[in-house]
Design a protein around this ligand. Structure first.
Ligand SMILES: Cc1ncc(C[n+]2csc(CCOP(=O)(O)OP(=O)(O)O)c2C)c(N)n1
Ligand SMILES: [Mg+2]
Length: 356
């Protein structure tokens, strides 16, 4: 035979909870009522602390901020499937899961204030500093995943990236390396439709990011990223796969960035109102709310009470943030190397001379 099929890959997409709050019972993950409520609470904490950050930035109390609004199901669903001992290797839009995994909210706010001390985490909280160069963190996640494999450790590394990052060379190098060496790395891609002002269809001619993973021999799937039940279930499968030593996995969450790229952006200049409105109807928090209310597990009163306690927590974190000693100007060079190279030593001297 002259022509043979040599690649049988296909991309599977998992959806469980629709926008009316109805679930596909045969795909339901085996979660107890309290665990379902915990997923809702986790998303609400993310939404409320995100809104607070936007407000703080408007008041000049944070320098800039990248909102995670609309992506809460991705981050709450994954957090519920990970062990606290696993490692997060984030970019700049992962602060919601960072907090869910134990990074203090004050630290996340500190980072957006430009304060490097936000990267110093409590003992046992395993999270690398968020990487700003798009895609670079996936290589770091590979390195960690390789180390865990070589040391026979049970931990896994989660490398986060957006759809835009999948057009960077780093993404491809990381996946190829992971496929070849079988690193204990989960590639968690939040495809929110946009890389600042570039829509997904102008970013790539591929229909999905997941199929790029398959091309590198990395098991990959796609999930409705606004469906916390589907994200949880797919994340659990992906995490179990990596943890059991079967090698890397790529999970692509289809979601939407509801806000500006950061507070330095104006998305109304390049996005249609209709598109944003369409995605508002697919809101991850709303659909979980509808489902829980229909099961008698949630109510307006419950939400009001919970939101009240979250607001208190947020306020105490802001207070802690704003009562920190002022940061030193040398912080910008002090935490990158254990031994400073000569040019940074010079820079440090200069900073000290010019004063804080
Ligand atoms: C190497 C590099 N190129 C460009 C930028 C500027 N930049 C910051 S975020 C971004 C888009 C990222 O899009 P995506 O990966 O989809 O993540 P999202 O912001 O949507 O979460 C760009 C181009 C950068 N930080 N690093
Ligand atoms: Mg994006």
């Amino acid at each position: 035979m002259a022509r043979k099929k040599i690649f049988e890959g296909f991309v599977e997409r998992l959806e469980i909870l629709d926008q009316d709050g109805k679930v596909d019972e045969k795909e339901m993950p085996p979660l107890k009522d309290a665990e379902l409520v915990a997923l809702m609470e986790s998303m609400l904490k993310m939404r409320l602390s995100d809104q607070k950050a936007l407000n703080l930035q408007r008041q000049g109390r944070l320098n800039t901020y990248g909102s995670v609004r609309g992506q809460e199901a991705c981050q709450a669903g994954l957090a519920a499937a990970l062990d606290r001992s696993d490692w997060l290797v984030p970019s700049f839009r992962e602060h919601a899961i960072m907090v869910a995994m134990g990074v203090p909210l004050r630290s996340v706010y500190a980072l957006w204030k430009g304060d490097e001390r936000g990267n110093i985490h409590p003992e046992g909280v395993n999270c690398l500093p968020p990487a700003i160069p798009v895609g670079s963190q996936l290589l770091h996640a590979n390195g960690l995943g390789m180390a865990f494999k070589m040391k026979n450790m049970k931990e896994i590394a989660v490398g986060f990236a957006g759809d835009g990052a999948s057009s960077q060379g780093d993404f491809h190098e990381a996946l190829n390396f992971a496929g070849v060496f079988g690193s204990r790395t989960l590639f968690f891609i939040q495809n929110n439709g946009w890389a600042i002002s570039v829509p997904f269809h102008k970013q790539t001619k591929a229909d999905s990011v997941a199929q790029k993973g398959l091309a590198y021999g990395v098991p990959s799937m796609q999930v409705d990223g606004n469906d916390v039940l589907a994200v949880y279930k797919a994340s659990k499968e992906a995490v179990d796969h990596v943890r059991s030593g079967k090698g890397p996995f790529l999970l692509e969450c289809l979601t939407y960035r509801m806000e500006n790229h950061t507070t330095a952006d104006d998305h109304t200049k390049y996005r249609d109102k209709e598109e944003v409105e369409l995605w508002a109807k697919r809101d991850p928090v709303d659909r979980m709310r509808k489902y829980l209310v229909s099961r008698g597990l949630w109510s307006e009163e419950k939400e009001k009470e919970f939101a009240g306690s979250v607001a208190e927590w947020i306020e105490s974190e802001v207070e802690a943030l704003e009562s920190m000693e002022p940061a030193s100007v040398t912080d910008v060079v002090d935490f990158v190397y254990s031994d400073l190279p000569w040019h940074l030593k010079e820079e440090r001297e200069m900073l000290l001379k010019e004063g804080n």
